[in-house]
Design a protein around this ligand. Structure first.
Ligand code: FES
Length: 543
């Protein structure tokens, strides 16, 4: 599909009201407990534009035991695309989501639909060769076309807008990378060209311009999927946490609300909650930040991504009834190692104020994704550990195409159809030994969960030093504790050890969460799981 054909998609997509529900504007994230709501020390709502401008829909919880042909764990783009395609093939599909669908990583994406993934193709050509790099390009190009054809076929009004994507350099020493990326893209048959300038107000030293890319509103798009999935043959259960998966015939997904017996299971939880191949040893979790800006002037028309060591990312979003935004991102860091995350938003603000005339900052949000050692996602079956369980992970921040690829590839594998991308994305391509060692070097002893009796003077002083709305790992009478003091001054003390593999958690002041530096598990300020791989809440400490 070329640029002109992509334009036809937006022109032909008729407006469709999803479930006839009125859009409720959320003042805060509806997915965070009241006591953990961010304190408002930053401008704009602490929620994504996508969640704030779509209906607050709800699906029921699972109650009791049930059967399905395919059980899917995770209600983001990978899970919902897989569910739609399998349901269309006539299979009985059951999807469970621990919180609300499209409220995790997919709800906090910047939603660029692009195959321009930073400096990507030149590195792939060098490391993997032309065939593999070509398959990667083909998979992502097909995913863009597939998204466009879903929108056209289902008449989804999701602000789909075709635009070119620019990978740009801001310093001369990075210009050669851009030239190499253009040469690599041309070698792979991509519609890419070298340009000296881009429609940006900041000085650049050249860019690779990819034609035929696009953006959209991911929740509007995927709510239409949920609508069709649940029409017949498909069920979605929310607030239903999968806590264990037993491989067999059938396999069993155990949740906190009942079990699902299924012939095939897809784990699409961003970071896999079931990991017999020990892929965690080959995945790195990273977080990054976004500001939803309104500009005094027109937003730049394009999808932009710099090749700096720490990227900056820009793209406009046009809402038919509410003006144009510029989504400005960056400040990437390893999950759980963000330090003062409030300062990271401030850094973004001062950086972008240097180039844009900002009318207001309406939103701020952050997102997390993980990348594999060879920068190719893991999508496929877990054979030889299990040929009935499938995963999709390691999208490295490019989830709109990779989530769509996951849906296409996993549905083909489950339906017994051949797929050209199977080996490229195979989770066992690295020949992982079953006993692959964890990258976790930290202790995994369990915390003492009861610190009874009188607290020492020193412990009382440490507790008093924590401000309202703040969290800190402190020592209380010889035991470490993750302590959060809510706005009323009430202390919430938790085990500071991640329930996945025992790493010490760190406090994220901007999001008011406890984050794990090892594999990216995250918890609310009062210890409830909000991000895999863990499935278990933090233990409370009684003071
Ligand atoms: Fe693995 Fe925390 S996520 S130890």
């Amino acid at each position: 599909m070329n640029y002109k054909e992509l334009r036809l998609v937006i022109n032909s997509a008729k407006k469709r009201c999803i479930r006839s529900l009125t859009c409720r504007l959320h003042g805060n994230s509806p997915y965070m407990d009241e006591i953990c709501q961010p304190s408002g020390r930053l401008p704009g709502k602490p929620v994504s534009l996508w969640i704030d401008t779509t209906p607050d829909i709800a699906f029921p919880c699972l109650e009791g035991d049930t059967d399905a042909d395919v059980a899917i764990v995770g209600g983001g783009i990978a899970g919902l695309t897989s569910a739609l395609l399998l349901k269309r093939a006539g299979l009985k599909v059951t999807l469970v989501e621990s919180r609300r669908i499209i409220s995790g990583v997919t709800g906090y994406t910047t939603a660029k639909i692009t195959l321009a993934h930073g400096i990507c193709y030149s590195r792939m050509l060098n490391k993997l060769g032309q065939e593999q790099a070509g398959l990667y390009a083909d998979a992502n190009r097909t995913a863009i076309e597939r998204v466009a054809s879903f929108i056209m076929q289902m008449n989804i009004a999701c602000d789909f807008t075709p635009l070119p994507a620019y990978i740009y350099a801001v310093t001369e020493d990075k210009e050669a990378e851009i030239e190499a990326e253009v040469r690599a893209g041309e070698k792979l048959g991509l519609a890419v060209s070298y340009v000296d300038t881009a429609p940006l107000p900041l000085p650049i030293k050249g860019a690779a311009c990819f034609d035929g890319q696009a953006y959209f509103h991911p929740r509007k798009y995927l709510l239409a999927f949920a609508d069709e999935i649940t029409n017949e043959n498909g069920r979605i259960f929310e607030k239903t946490r999968a806590i264990n998966i037993e491989e067999g015939n059938p396999s069993i997904v155990r949740t906190d609300r009942g079990t699902i017996r299924a012939q095939a299971v897809i784990i699409a939880t961003n970071y896999p909650i079931f990991d017999p191949l020990k892929l965690f040893a080959h995945l790195t979790s990273v977080r990054s930040y976004v500001l939803g800006l309104r500009l005094k002037n027109r937003s730049p028309q394009g999808l932009f991504y710099s090749n700096e060591e720490h990227f900056h990312s820009l793209r406009p979003h046009y809402l038919t009834d509410n003006g144009t935004y510029l989504l400005a991102g960056g400040e990437e860091h390893h999950a759980g190692q963000g330090g003062d995350t409030i300062q990271r938003y401030k850094n973004l603000e001062s950086y972008y104020r240097g180039f844009f005339d900002i009318e207001s900052i309406d939103y701020h949000w952050s997102a997390q994704d993980n990348k594999s050692a060879d920068l190719i996602p893991f999508i496929g079956s877990l054979a030889p550990a299990s040929d009935r369980i499938f995963i999709a992970t390691g999208f490295k921040g490019w989830g709109m195409t990779h989530g769509t690829i996951a849906g296409m590839l996993l549905s083909d594998l489950i339906l017994g159809r051949s797929n050209p991308w199977k080996n490229l994305y195979s989770p066992v391509r690295l020949n992982l030994p079953a006993s692959a060692k964890s990258i976790v070097g930290q202790n995994i002893q369990t915390a003492k969960h009861l610190i009874g009796g009188h607290l020492s003077e020193e412990s009382i002083k440490s507790l008093a030093e924590i401000g309202k709305g703040e969290g800190k790992v402190i020592e209380i009478d010889g035991e470490k504790a993750a302590v959060y003091k809510d706005k009323q001054g009430k202390i919430h003390a938790l085990s500071p050890l991640c329930t996945h593999m025992g790493c010490m958690l760190s406090w994220n002041p901007a999001e008011k969460t406890w984050d794990c530096p090892c594999h990216g598990s995250r918890y609310t300020c009062d210890g409830k799981v909000i991000h895999a791989p863990t499935v278990k809440d933090l233990a409370r400490i009684e003071l």
